[in-house]
Design a protein around this ligand. Structure first.
Ligand SMILES: [Zn+2]
Length: 416
């Protein structure tokens, strides 16, 4: 199973927007750019919403059938580990092995020595095609990288082999993710991480490193654009290098997690994937759920009431909702409108405050981030929320499609 050059992770919290999401990819295809969909959902999301992996499979199969999509599509068991992978095995054909929790766990000394001796040929001046400056690699550096990452990659090997033993090799796509870690990884670290991945026999087709800067949920990138660009291009060059060097799958590519809404890095990303002629996996999740709220607001009446109710409850449960996401949100509480104010808003005020349109003066990134992590509120509304999704399907679908096509796909993959 070979993942195509361009792919997009289109998480969908409540599993109602599959068709609208697919419509965006169909529109891209009409523009001559083929991007395959990957419906991703993590254990945490399933738990909060009270869904199971087979629900995601059902949504994907139905959307593809109804829209007559004949290209590939995948269902991603996102951020899984040995503890929770079993529930995903039947329904998924894409597995994101999350081993960030194992970073910096002390490796077995014998394994560490083997790792270090394997890298001895890279010690000294290392030139990687596509990177202007050379790297000075020392034995100490290699040892430090091994101490930091070897246990994590060995864990990825265990998860991979477990899935392989049940599904069979070549029946699924493997991603290795280390993005939910404290520090960004440098291109040199990525080189040796991928050496360890190859040693474990993991046929990784995507790798999700942590990049420099803030990837807050549902809002724009915050960080040094020049530094990001340098690192991103460095990572691509490293991948091109290791594919040959370590015999990893030739379609191995970068996966960008929390990839939705990072508008300011889309241009450097677009330039880099063109310059190096490489693929990309852009993983998104919550951006579609926010379009449901925007659609509700625009629908007015009982739709707008639901949008306001979600905000009111999210506001009152601020601490509970924000806690699990503390590392990936930056909310200025003083800039959150009080629910009494929001209660008086009309359709346009609510939709424009939430919609990620940086040119609109009503847009409020604090409001947007709180609602991004507030999907638990909608989950608790149960049938009331789900029935409203059906009732207001048309206006929501339009927003979901436009968001993915105009604000995401167009900016990264489609020619100007
Ligand atoms: Zn992630």
């Amino acid at each position: 199973m070979n993942l195509e050059k361009y792919s997009m992770g289109i998480g969908d919290r409540f599993a109602h927007q599959g068709k609208a999401q697919l419509d965006a990819l169909i529109k891209a295809k009409e523009q001559g750019v083929s991007i395959v969909p990957v419906w991703n959902k993590s254990f945490r999301e399933h738990n909060i919403i009270n869904t199971v992996p087979s629900d995601t499979r059902k949504e994907a199969d139905e959307a593809v059938q109804i829209r007559d999509w004949t290209d590939s599509y995948y269902v991603d068991a996102d951020h899984i580990g040995l503890k929770n992978v079993d529930g995903f095995i039947d329904s998924s054909d894409f597995f994101t092995l999350d081993v960030a929790d194992f970073i910096s766990e002390a490796p077995d000394e014998q394994a560490l020595h083997e790792f270090i001796s394997k890298q001895s040929k890279y010690i000294g001046t290392l030139e990687i095609p596509g990177i202007d400056s050379s790297f000075q690699v020392t034995a100490e550096m290699v040892e430090e990288i091994g101490r930091k990452f070897l246990t994590a990659i060995k864990e990825a090997g265990k998860i991979y082999r477990h899935i392989e033993s049940v599904k069979g090799s070549d029946k699924f796509i493997t991603e290795v993710s280390i993005d939910e870690s404290d520090d960004p990884q440098t291109p040199v670290e990525l080189l040796f991480i991928l050496s360890a991945v190859a040693n474990e026999g993991i046929p990784a087709q995507t790798i999700a490193p942590k990049f420099t800067g803030r990837f807050n949920k549902g809002v724009d990138y915050v960080g040094d654009l020049q530094q990001f660009t340098k690192e991103f291009e460095g990572d691509i060059a490293v991948i091109n290098f290791v594919v040959k060097e370590f015999s990893l799958p030739s379609n191995l590519k970068l996966s960008i997690h929390s990839g939705s809404d990072k508008f300011s890095i889309y241009t450097p990303i677009k330039k880099a994937i063109k310059k190096f002629n490489v693929g990309l996996h852009l993983k998104t999740a919550g951006t579609t759920w926010l379009e449901e709220l925007i659609g509700f607001a625009e629908a007015g009446g009982d739709g707008l009431d639901i949008a306001k109710e979600v905000y009111k409850k999210a506001y009152s449960k601020y601490d509970e909702l924000c806690k699990p996401y503390a590392a990936v949100i930056d909310i200025d509480k003083n800039e959150l409108p009080p629910p009494e104010t929001v209660d008086k808003w009309d359709e346009n005020t609510y939709a424009s405050t939430l919609r990620h349109d940086l040119s609109c003066e009503l847009y409020n990134l604090n409001f947007r981030q709180l609602l991004h992590v507030g999907y638990k509120i909608a989950a608790e509304m149960g049938e009331h929320y789900l029935n409203a999704l059906v009732k207001h399907e048309k206006v929501i679908a339009q927003n979901v499609m436009e968001n993915i096509y105009d604000r995401h796909l167009k900016r990264i993959f489609i020619e100007d």
